[in-house]
Structures are given as structure tokens and as C-alpha cells.
Design a protein around this ligand. Structure first.
Ligand code: C2E
Ligand code: CA
Ligand code: CA
Ligand code: CA
Length: 279
């Protein structure tokens, strides 16, 4: 940057040091959050457009900080990734979700799949396969009940290792879904090399779809591409009935978004599943 020679350290500005201190404080709190039980998972339903049947649930991480209140994942997951905490947190997430699936199964209300978001850091560390298998073993959940949501940039970090891990997970029977599809850097050739079950159309395209012909074209193209490869297509961030109607007309399989429900705490999610199971 301009005027940043030796001895002119930019982080000495009061604003930066304030931010850095804030960051350090948050990081220290985050280290304790797991142990103190401040982390929890919320669940958001996914529903099939043709039948209206419940197709799945996505687990989304929540942090209830003692003084700051609810801290959104976008504010602490990048931090957890930078300091490596995401690996430990990720294991806890996998175990917690699998325990939840088991509980829902015993109550006869389990959705077909429950999805967990996987960070690029978890995937590049090399032990994700073991973490997943352990979580499945301990809970007695079948691999096919668990879905992992990965982003295109997930496989950019340690390409060979990530591909191998995903192939092993696929062979184990775990479902794989590409999150935020269309927003990553990766080339479409990745799709051929990665055995995945599902494509998730990013919210940004869904949001712009009704009044931006470019976004609508992307949505239609993703649906056509996914269909031709035999993949299930889900659209996220669906808020309006007309968006759902448009997606259905284009052949999209499943939707997720505030139109159906916001992410719910586990108890409310169980009640939601119970209502579906009775239908
Ligand atoms: P994501 O995986 O793309 O999740 C979708 C986000 O959109 C979620 O935000 C969800 O609550 C929100 N959302 C769902 N439906 C709607 C809608 O109709 N309208 C709008 N405006 N938003 C909607 P959330 O829960 O704040 O999570 C943000 C991101 O944090 C996630 O994006 C994901 O990348 C990350 N994240 C969340 N939980 C986890 C986790 O357990 N592990 C990892 N590694 N990342 C996570
Ligand atoms: Ca996701
Ligand atoms: Ca997403
Ligand atoms: Ca996202």
C-alpha cells in the first residue's frame, strides 16, 4: 500500500489495534465456547417442490455469547478457521448432528438426509474421513442419512487430498452436496471428477432471479446442467411463493428458505418433523 515503508507499521493505527484487540477477545471466547456449551445447532427444512414432502434438514451453527448474545456464523467461523479451532468444532458438529439424527430416527421422524456444512480447512486437514466415520459409528446412524455440504472453493486448498477424502466419503455412502454453486472459482470439470449427489443453487442467484434475466439464466443453466448429470437440484434462500413457482416450473427439485421456515432450534425442528411425519 501507498506510503507503507519499513518502520511504518499500519497496524499501529488506533482503529486497527481496536479491531485486533476485539478479534483476540472473540478468539479467546470462542476457545471456551465449546467447553461452556455456548454452541448449538439450528435446523432448516428442505422440501420437495413436486410432492411437498420433506426432503431434508440443514444444520446451521449458532453461538450464544454470554454478553454479546447471538453471534452469527459468518462472524466467527472464519476466525475459527484461521486459528484452527474449526477442526475441533467441526468434530463436535458432526457428532452432535449424528446424535440428533439418531434421536429423530428413534422417534420415527428422521428426515431422509440431514446436511452439515464442512469448512475447507476441515477438508484439507486430512482427518475428515475419520471424524465422519467416528460420528456415524458412535451414533449408529447410516451413512446415507448424512449429507456433507462443501463449497467449490473447499477443494481448492489441498486439491489432491480433498478429492481423495471426498471419494472415500462417497464410497462410505455419505451424501455430498455442492453448496453455493456458481459462486466459486472452480471450473466445471470439477463436477466430473467429484462424485456428488446434489447441487445447491446459491441464494444470490435465487434472490435476483425474478427481476434479473442474467440471474434467471444462471438458475436455468444450473438446473439443466445438474439434471443432465443426474444430480438433485436444491435452491436456497427461497423467500417468496413466486420464486418457488418459478423454480418448480424450471424443474428444480427441492427448496430451502424462509418461505418454508427459518432455521429452528433442535426442539422446534423436532416438532416440525413430527408434523410432517403425521401427514
Ligand atoms: P450457508 O451454508 O450458505 O447457509 C445459508 C445461510 O442462509 C444460513 O445463514 C441461513 O440461515 C440463511 N438463510 C436460509 N434461508 C434464508 C432465506 O430465505 N433468506 C435469507 N436471507 N437467508 C436465509 P447462517 O446460518 O447465518 O450461516 C451462514 C454461513 O455460515 C453458512 O452459509 C455457512 O457457510 C456457515 N455455517 C453455518 N453453520 C456452519 C457449520 O456448522 N459449519 C461450517 N463450517 N460453516 C457453517
Ligand atoms: Ca450450507
Ligand atoms: Ca449456501
Ligand atoms: Ca453461503
Amino acid at each position: 500500500a501507498k506510503g507503507k515503508g519499513p518502520g511504518q507499521l499500519c497496524y499501529h493505527s488506533p482503529e486497527m489495534s481496536g479491531r485486533a484487540r476485539e478479534r483476540l477477545a472473540l478468539e479467546a471466547d470462542l476457545r471456551g465456547a465449546l467447553a461452556k456449551g455456548e454452541l448449538s445447532l439450528h435446523y432448516q427444512p428442505q422440501v420437495a417442490l413436486d410432492s411437498g414432502a420433506l426432503a431434508g434438514m440443514e444444520a446451521l451453527l449458532r453461538w450464544t455469547h454470554p454478553t454479546r448474545g447471538s453471534v452469527p456464523p459468518n462472524a466467527f467461523i472464519p476466525l475459527a478457521e484461521e486459528c484452527g479451532l474449526i477442526v475441533e468444532m467441526g468434530d463436535w458438529i458432526l457428532e452432535t448432528v449424528c446424535r440428533q439424527i439418531r434421536q429423530w430416527s428413534e422417534a420415527g421422524i428422521a428426515p431422509r438426509h440431514t446436511a452439515v456444512n464442512i469448512s475447507a480447512v476441515q477438508l484439507s486437514r486430512g482427518n475428515l474421513f475419520d471424524s465422519v466415520r467416528r460420528a456415524l459409528d458412535v451414533s449408529g446412524v447410516a451413512p446415507g442419512q448424512l449429507e456433507l455440504e462443501i463449497t467449490e472453493s473447499c477443494v481448492m486448498l489441498e486439491r489432491e487430498l480433498s478429492f481423495k477424502t471426498l471419494a472415500d466419503l462417497h464410497a462410505l455412502g455419505v451424501r455430498l452436496s455442492i453448496d453455493d454453486f456458481g459462486t466459486g472459482y472452480s471450473s466445471l470439470s470439477y463436477l466430473q471428477q467429484l462424485a456428488v449427489h446434489k447441487l445447491k443453487i446459491d441464494m444470490s442467484f435465487v434472490r435476483g432471479m425474478m427481476d434479473n434475466s442474467g440471474n434467471a439464466a444462471i438458475v436455468r443453466a444450473v438446473i439443466a446442467l445438474g439434471k443432465s448429470m443426474g444430480l438433485e437440484i436444491i435452491a436456497e434462500g427461497v423467500e417468496q411463493p413466486e420464486q418457488a413457482r418459478y423454480l418448480r416450473a424450471q424443474g428444480c427439485d427441492v427448496i430451502q428458505g424462509y418461505l418454508l421456515s427459518k432455521p429452528m432450534p433442535a426442539v422446534a425442528a423436532g416438532e416440525y418433523l413430527g408434523r410432517y411425519a403425521q401427514q
